[in-house]
Design a binder for this molecule. Sequence first.
Ligand code: NAI
Length: 214
Amino acid sequence: MQGREISQAVIQRLPRYYRYLGELLEDGVERISSNDLSKRMKVTASQIRQDLNNFGGFGQQGYGYNVKYLYTEIGKILGLEENHNMIIIGAGNLGQALANYAAFEKRGFVLRGLFDINPALTNTEIRGVKIRMMEELKEFVRNNDVEIAALTIPKDTAVEVANMLVDNGVRAIWNFAHTDLNLPENIIVENVHLSESLMKLSYNICRYNEKHKE
Ligand code: NAI
């Protein structure tokens, strides 16, 4: 399994499998057939079999999938068994909301620091994590093995800040600023744009309304 390239389309679906399998585990379900999982997830059973076959032999004919095993393996594939040190740049509304969401830590994303330029935020803490000023950032990143930086700052400063982070060893950017960062190829960037999701919703509402117009 190691070293094998898995398509991005499959990777995108894995967190959803992970969530459903986690819920099954919580409900004490030990095994599940692809048909039952298909009904729950509203994905075809063949899609499930195809996706999960990517990782080789998780399912057994007539037995189904071992929920705990599959959950653990998908967790490993998603890198959730390791801790990832994370910082947040921009401790405004969004940055603080992310910092307040304790569940990220359960998945191994450990918030090490928050950074901002607003001196009024100095020494404020969110869930015990201090908000620091940007002047401290370079040294902090170098000394704390920071892997991921979430960017929740205005878009006009995002590119400059992202470059600085990368120059100091940050390997992955979780980008909420509404701009493309154009970083070197070895830097992993995940853009999150809630407004794009909302536009998709809007499109679907319009389509629904069209269909149901008298
Ligand atoms: P906000 O104004 O509450 O917070 C922004 C924070 O960034 C402020 O505390 C400010 O002092 C700080 N800041 C500004 N320049 C900085 C710099 N160079 N270095 C460090 N800190 C800096 O704004 P809010 O609502 O938290 O939004 C933050 C950003 O996230 C905005 O760019 C907004 O457009 C974007 N956003 C993106 C969403 C998405 O789905 N991708 C959803 C909501 C907001």
